[in-house]
Structure formats: structure tokens, C-alpha cells
Design a protein around this ligand. Structure first.
Ligand code: GDP
Ligand code: ZN
Length: 458
């Protein structure tokens, strides 16, 4: 692996006022020292910070007042020597610092190259590396916490435990085959194999279950507001947008392609699907029929079904209930300021256990209750537990699904009485697939591709 010195603008999340140029590699300290007008930083203790000026060696002009942090490997993020030049200036000054570092022999880092080095130098595993990327993209505090946990290695530990169990199983079978004369090693029976597989499968399924939650945290809960014309859908949309601070992503140096409109409702990111925000589907059922609209609505993670308190339930309302059966729904009975004509018992019956909230949006009433219902729906029960390891990465989810399949194949083999040494092939495959999540068995090209998705400077 190259250990030439790389440099990039690397400004940490949430510290917009300070800009940082980060250098990593053999020459990091030497290069920085050539630019630095202050003490000789080649002689300083590791992990110390120094005030001084950056001077252009070509012209002797002072470019910037800075604080320089010197960190010697291997106790750094990349395990190489790292220098961070902190300045208070804007983009122009930080760009100038970067240019000077490049002129002195550093190479512009590829996107994700710092993190790639951390991974290749054994500082972090792949799922932690990917968590860095998630962190950059995290849209709410909760999503941020998930990414932080993953970076912390919670997922890695869980996966490694499962791999260990599988490896023990495989090793056991190997011993049976290679040393049949070892009478004291119990022969792996179909029952034992089944029991172990079942346990691991249950854990994989649990992770997949969490994956859905993680995905929503990252990408936002895609939300549709449906209801007959004039019930108050637009009013609801406006209320949600106005009550809640829209999530803006203006972290300098982060990728811009992920910017979408979101509102953060008590930690639940609602994805406002199109420009108007939430898709308005007033006449979707009428237009394309119950069956087809069901298919469209199925793509939503959450449906807000709005009814009119001052009106009787009509056939159209009933059709809406049919179209959303089995989906995640919150029923909103709006316009409670009007005289009641709706049959609320019937609404509750049709809602089939989904929450029913009453609002008078025109008087800004009931919005709190609705927001609480949204939060409760999403963070209900077990998933509210603070210390869950969420799986939020598409690649991880794919691998978990494949691992689940391989293990299921193994279990089917056991059930059909296939010899254990053949069943073992699928168990080994499961072990390999889980290994790809933490980076033990991944290929070079995949690593390149993954890290190139990172933001520059990370
Ligand atoms: P949409 O067609 O479903 O999007 O409904 P709108 O949000 O455009 O609202 C239709 C009409 O109902 C507008 O005139 C709103 O001001 C009114 N409206 C909305 N919420 C309420 C409410 O709680 N009470 C009453 N009386 N009128 C409301
Ligand atoms: Zn409308």
C-alpha cells in the first residue's frame, strides 16, 4: 500500500466555524513544518497543538494564522503521522492552505482515502469505516447515534460472535473428518448442527428486522397524506412543515447529492417526497382503483389518512381504508371545530388498531398529539431501546440476506439427512458472507469502490 502523504480539507461535522486541512503519511509533519512559521513541529511531542502562521515558502507571504495539531502514528486515525491545520477563515483561506500543502509535495486525497487507510492499517474494520460515511450523511440525532454506535463497533462485535459460533461448528466437523480416531471428540450430529444453525439464524433475522428501522433513520420515513378533497391534507402538510424545523444539511465539505427536504418530527425524519413535500393523493383511489393504489401506497413507510369530522363517512373514505389495509397508518379526523357528523366508532373499527387522532388544523389543535403518534408508531416497543445496534447499510443488508439464505440451505440439508460434511459447505459460506460485513473476506475492488463513496477529506 502507498504511504505517500495525502491532504484534504476535512472539516468536522458541527464545527462549521473552523476549517481544517488534514495531512496523513510519512511526510505529513515535514511538509507542514515547511509551511509553518512558529516552533519546529518536527521536534514536538505527539498529540500537541501549536499556534503559528502559515507562510508561503515561495513568496514569504503570510497566508493564515493557524493552530497546528501534530499526531504521530500509530496512535492516529490512519495509524500514520497526521497533521491537522486549523484555521478560522472561510473556504478561500482553507483552499489556499490546501494548495500550499500540495505545492510542498502532498497529494490530494481521493474521496474516503483517510478512512481507507485507517481500514487498511487495521485501525477500524469495514463496518466501522462505513459508519463514518453514514455519520456524514446522518440526518437526525437518532440516525447520528446509530452511526456512532456502529462506528464504535457494536455491529462488528455482534457479527464476530456469530462468526465464531459458525467457525466452531465448522471446526468441529473438520476434526470429525480429519481425526476419526479421536473418540473423545463427540461427533457433530444433525441435531447439534440444527440447534446451532437455528440460534445463528435467529440473530441474523433480528439484525434484518432492525435494518428496516435503520434504513428509515437514514433515508427518512417516506410519508403519504391521503384523503378526500378538502379534508385538510394541505393544511396538515403545512402544519408539519411549520411546526418542525426542516432538516438542513449545510455541513461544509459534505456531498450535496443527498440533500432532500425533511422534517424532523420528534426524532423521526419524515421524507417529503416531492417539491410540494408529501405526495398528495387526494383522488388516487378514485383514479386508479383500490388494488393499484395499494401498490403505490405500499412504497410509503407511513400513511396519514385524513377524514372530515364534519361530514359522514363516504364510500370513498371506506375505499381509502381498504387501500391501506396492513400498512402503517395514522388516521386523522380533522375539523373537530365543526358539528360532528362522522361516526367515530365506525372510524375506530375501520382503523383496526391504528391510532386515530382528532385535529382542528384551522385552530392548530391536535398537532402535538399527531406528532406524538408519529413518534410512538416509529419508536414503539423494543425498537425504542437506546442501545440497539441498528443495521443501516445497504451492503450489510444484502450480505445478511445472503447469509440467511446460505444458513437456511444448510438447515434444509440437515432436515433432508444430507451428510454433515456437505452441510458444512453452506455453513462455511454463511461464515464468509458475515465476514464480508466486517471486511475479513472482501475483495480489493470492493474496498476501492466503497471508499470512493466517501466524502473528500474523511
Ligand atoms: P385538502 O384539499 O385535503 O388539501 O384540504 P385543504 O388543506 O386544502 O383544506 C380545505 C379547506 O378546509 C380549507 O379551506 C381549509 O382552510 C379548511 N380546513 C382545514 N382544516 C380545517 C379545520 O380544522 N377546520 C375547518 N373548519 N376547516 C379546515
Ligand atoms: Zn390540497
Amino acid at each position: 500500500m502507498d504511504n505517500d502523504t495525502i491532504a484534504a480539507i476535512s472539516t468536522p461535522i458541527g464545527e462549521g466555524a473552523i476549517a481544517i486541512v488534514r495531512l496523513s503519511g510519512e511526510e505529513a509533519i515535514t511538509i507542514a513544518n515547511r509551511l509553518f512559521d512558529g516552533i519546529n513541529i518536527e521536534g514536538v511531542t505527539s498529540h500537541t497543538i501549536h499556534y503559528g502562521k502559515i507562510v508561503d515558502p515561495a513568496t514569504n507571504e503570510v497566508a493564515e494564522e493557524v493552530m497546528v495539531t501534530v499526531m504521530r502514528g500509530p496512535k492516529t486515525f490512519t495509524r500514520e503521522d497526521v497533521v491537522e491545520i486549523n484555521c478560522h477563515g472561510g473556504l478561500a483561506s482553507v483552499n489556499r492552505l490546501l494548495e500550499l500543502a500540495l505545492a510542498e509535495g502532498a497529494r490530494l486525497a481521493e474521496p474516503g482515502e483517510f478512512t481507507k487507510r485507517a481500514f487498511l492499517n487495521g485501525r477500524i474494520d469495514l463496518s466501522q469505516a462505513e459508519a463514518v460515511m453514514d455519520l456524514i450523511r446522518a440526518k437526525t440525532d437518532r440516525a447520528m447515534n446509530v452511526a456512532l454506535k456502529q462506528m464504535d463497533g457494536h455491529l462488528s462485535k455482534l457479527i464476530q460472535t456469530l462468526r465464531q459460533e459458525l467457525l466452531e461448528t465448522v471446526a468441529h466437523v473438520e476434526v470429525n473428518i480429519d481425526y476419526p480416531e479421536y473418540d473423545d471428540v463427540e461427533e457433530m450430529s444433525h441435531e447439534m448442527m440444527m440447534e446451532k444453525s437455528k440460534r445463528v439464524l435467529k440473530e441474523i433475522e433480528r439484525l434484518l428486522q432492525m435494518a428496516k428501522q435503520g434504513k428509515i433513520l437514514r433515508e427518512g420515513l417516506s410519508t403519504a397524506i391521503i384523503g378526500r378533497p378538502n379534508v385538510g391534507k394541505s393544511s396538515l402538510l403545512n402544519a408539519l412543515v411549520h411546526e418542525n424545523k426542516a432538516i438542513v444539511t449545510d455541513i461544509p465539505g459534505t456531498t450535496r447529492d443527498v440533500i432532500e427536504e425533511y422534517v424532523n418530527v420528534r426524532g423521526v425524519p419524515l421524507r417529503l417526497v416531492d417539491t410540494a413535500g408529501i405526495r398528495e393523493t387526494e383522488d388516487i383511489v378514485e383514479k386508479i382503483g383500490v388494488e393499484r393504489s395499494r401498490k403505490v401506497l405500499k412504497e410509503s413507510d407511513l400513511i396519514l389518512l385524513v377524514l372530515n369530522y364534519g361530514d359522514e363517512l363516504l364510500a370513498e373514505d371506506i375505499n381509502l381504508f381498504k387501500a391501506v389495509e396492513g400498512l402503517q397508518v395514522i388516521v386523522i379526523v380533522n375539523k373537530t371545530d365543526l358539528d360532528q357528523k362522522i361516526d367515530l366508532d365506525k372510524v375506530h373499527h375501520l382503523a383496526k388498531g391504528n391510532p386515530v387522532i382528532t385535529t382542528a388544523l384551522i385552530e392548530e389543535k391536535g398537532i402535538d398529539e399527531l406528532e406524538q403518534a408519529i413518534a410512538d408508531t416509529f419508536f414503539a416497543g423494543e425498537l425504542d431501546a437506546g442501545d440497539l445496534t441498528y443495521v443501516s447499510n445497504v451492503r450489510h443488508i444484502q450480505l445478511l440476506k445472503q447469509a440467511k439464505q446460505a444458513l437456511t440451505d444448510a438447515m434444509n440439508g440437515v432436515e433432508q439427512g444430507i451428510p454433515i460434511d456437505l452441510v458444512q459447505i453452506d455453513v462455511t459460506r454463511t461464515w464468509e458472507l458475515l465476514g464480508e460485513i466486517v471486511g475479513d473476506t472482501v475483495h480489493e475492488s470492493l474496498i476501492d469502490q466503497l471508499f470512493s463513496q466517501f466524502c473528500l477529506g474523511k
